[in-house]
Design a protein around this ligand. Structure first.
Ligand code: URA
Length: 433
């Protein structure tokens, strides 16, 4: 039997914990036998002292063992792929990537989360589709990946239950932004979710957890290492999150943009990331194709309509209406106009995310209700030339006062200068084992 104060003290003083000790700690916490105050002190000790790679792996494993795991490979007899983003503004990548990959014949099974604060969540976006069910049982999830080739669902309550408690605790004890804790939290859920190969989209910039490239790469390396130790193949795409991804921020608006992308009409930065993530997923799959062939098949699936057809099959399978016209629309649309001529030098992701949040597109607190129709469409982005009074963005709002407040915030997010900024890719690097 462990004595929790001894473990906290050892970590506080820079010592190392064994896999058995970490397993007992997490199981005891999940069962309610170890109180929040002791776990808070433990997280703070980890925050300052870090975890070795053996400890990070042991913590990941300990988290997984607090709940159920899904054996997608065993159930399907095939390699299943998954994609995960560390979170950003306007990030609807999985909603386009899933159908593309499925249309190319690769099973895609993803358990996803909800948004909090200025970042959105895939489940919230999907719930803007009338009728769409995110809560499938594990058996329904597996059956759908088998029959439709694609499912994106909410994680069941019993998938890594200790992480749910621990993440909420870290959120209120200033211990979220530690590499080992973030990596163990994300990878425990990915490993328990059952995919064989995972593409991680590790975001860097103003709107991301990781503010510098070096930090994002370090986090990516820790997660790749955890995947390798668990027998999963992991590739990390490092991508820019200084400005919102694509044009749309807000749930139904983002679904429309994902559909447009599947029709071949997506915004360039979003398309670049979708193509990269899809290519990596196909290259990791059991199709046995190299990058060039993977890319050619993806472009074919977009051009011949099979990616869009896969989207429609998927949405219908989860009870949703795939018709774009069925998506909710906001009653008020207000344009934000450029105060002067010039080039967009930057568009702050957090500010746009916060404007969308205040309109009702996101939640400040876990219990908040979401308005799926509202949000922001940034018509002009970094590097675009603007004329005086030209429309920079549209605010989609429930009423005039919220539209006016959001329009001010969106305008403040734009920096316009005389000089054209240097072009920059959204995909900054790709790391693998
Ligand atoms: N996302 C997670 O799931 N966990 C973290 O710790 C951070 C981001």
């Amino acid at each position: 039997m462990i004595r929790v104060p001894d473990l906290i003290e050892r970590k506080r003083d820079g010592g190392e914990l064994s896999p058995d000790e970490l397993a007992e700690l997490m199981l005891g916490y999940a069962k309610g036998e170890i109180p929040d105050y002791q776990l808070s002190a433990f997280c703070m000790a980890v925050y300052f002292r870090g975890l070795s790679s053996a400890e990070t792996y042991a913590l990941t494993d300990a988290l997984i063992r607090t709940g159920e795991t899904v054996d997608l490979h065993g159930a399907l007899g095939r390699k299943v792929v998954d994609k995960h983003s560390t979170g950003g503004v306007g990030d609807k990548t999985s909603i386009a990537v899933g159908p593309i990959v499925a249309a190319c014949g690769v099973p895609f099974g993803k358990m996803s989360g909800r948004g909090l604060g200025h970042t959105g969540g895939t489940l919230d976006k999907l719930e803007s589709i009338p009728g769409f069910r995110v809560e499938l049982s594990t058996d329904e999830f597996i059956d759908q990946v088998r029959s439709v080739g694609l499912a994106i669902v909410g994680a069941t309550a019993n998938l890594v239950p200790a992480d749910k408690q621990l993440y909420a605790l870290r959120d209120v004890t200033a211990t979220v932004d530690n590499y080992s804790l973030i990596a163990a939290s994300i990878m425990s859920k990915k490993i328990a979710g059952g995919a064989d190969a995972i593409v991680l989209d590790v975001k860097v910039g103003d709107g991301a957890f990781m503010k510098s490239r070096a930090d994002a790469e370090r986090l990516a390396e820790v997660m790749i290492d955890l995947g390798r130790r668990a027998g999963r193949e992991v590739v990390a795409v490092i991508s820019a999150m200084d400005e919102p991804l694509g044009h749309a921020v807000g749930n139904a608006l983002e679904i429309r943009e994902a559909i447009a992308t599947l029709r071949g009409e997506g915004p360039p930065d979003f398309v670049q990331l979708v193509l990269e993530a899809s290519t990596q997923l196909l290259a990791l799959s059991d199709l046995g194709v190299a990058r060039d062939e993977a890319r050619a098949r993806i472009e074919q699936a977009l051009a011949d309509g099979s990616a869009l057809a896969a989207y429609e099959r998927w949405i219908a399978a989860q009870g949703g209406n795939p018709d774009e016209a069925a998506l909710p629309t906001a009653p008020v649309i207000r344009e934000v106009r450029a105060p002067q001529a010039g080039y967009v030098r930057s568009l702050g992701a957090v500010r746009v995310g916060n404007a969308a949040l205040r309109l009702g597109a996101g939640r400040r607190d876990k219990a908040d209700r979401i308005d799926h129709a509202v949000g922001v469409v940034s018509l002009k982005k970094r590097g675009d030339a603007v004329a005086p009074a030209e429309a920079l963005a549209e605010v989609h709002a429930r009423d005039e006062p919220s539209a006016a407040a959001a329009a001010d915030e969106v305008l403040a997010a734009y920096e316009i200068s005389d000089e054209e900024p240097q072009e920059r890719n959204v995909v900054l690097d790709v790391l693998s084992d």
